[in-house]
Design a protein around this ligand. Structure first.
Ligand code: ADP
Ligand code: MG
Length: 236
């Protein structure tokens, strides 16, 4: 569903060799991206989201090129570790802003917000402000805001890093189900190998701006002989 072909990128002023990405993500798939800090995981997500423009190469969604579209017109939702919720607005409004910054919503959009809040266990909190919620609840709101947009591509950049293992596992299972149900394609960046095991049949390993391995998650984590993978994972 997502095809990334010969995508080239270099931050201006950097002398290091540029980044180069080739990757495919299937419909319904949550592909995990792991790799050391600075390996280019967030850069790859930013290229897909349109916050950065590639020097060359293509990003296709169902065969149609999206790499020239401005960020606002790409079929992409992104969730960061910092939830970026507005502190003075209640949960319902924070989620609604994912659909329309001017809050002009159709009845079916209002209904979809209700559905998303229900699905994420937030219905009773809809009039609360982010400051009165736990970290886990705030990340649920950020995920709800991403999901109501109904975009085909979901990007999660260490979105659940602040949560404990049990809450992370729960959120990731939820993401996996939602991606499958809605035929989306997701990329999940996490520093926890266990997250990749829960989320993904396949995991990509990034090193120095390249994908140096892409294989079944357990195989990558347990059997990879690549030195950069062994060094990153340490003794698991
Ligand atoms: P990761 O998310 O895997 O930790 P990043 O994609 O954030 O890695 O960064 C990849 C590389 O690009 C790093 O070497 C980082 O220092 C560099 N980099 C990231 N953002 C910028 C920027 N705005 N300007 C210049 N270099 C950057
Ligand atoms: Mg990053």
């Amino acid at each position: 569903m997502i095809e990334i072909k010969d995508l080239e990128f270099n931050y201006t002023g950097l002398e290091s060799p540029g980044m180069h990405f080739d990757l495919e993500v299937a419909g319904g798939e949550v592909l995990s991206l792991i790799g050391p800090s600075g390996s280019g995981k967030s850069t790859l997500l930013s290229l897909i989201a349109g916050f950065l423009m590639p020097a060359a190469g293509e990003i296709l969604l169902d065969g149609a090129a999206i790499e020239t579209l401005p960020a606002a017109r790409r079929p992409v939702s992104i969730v960061f570790q910092q939830h970026n919720l507005f502190p003075h607005l209640d949960l319902y409004t924070n989620v609604a802003l994912g659909i329309d910054p001017a809050l002009r919503l159709t009845p079916s959009q209002v209904a979809s917000i209700g559905d998303a809040l229900e699905r994420l266990g937030l219905s009773d909190l809809r009039r609360r402000k982010p400051g009165s919620l736990s970290g886990g609840q705030r990340q649920r709101v950020a995920l709800a805001r991403a999901l109501v947009r109904r975009r085909k591509i979901l990007l999660l950049d260490e979105a659940f890093a602040a949560l404990g293992p049990a809450q992370r596992a729960e959120m990731i299972s939820l993401v996996k189900n939602l991606v499958q149900e809605n035929g989306m394609a997701a990329l999940l960046v996490s520093h926890q190998p266990r997250d990749a095991l829960i989320a993904s049949e396949r995991t990509a390993f990034l090193c120095k701006g390249r994908i140096t391995a892409l294989q079944p998650t357990a195989e990558l984590l347990e059997q990879s002989a690549l030195p950069e993978v062994r060094e990153y994972l340490g003794s698991m």
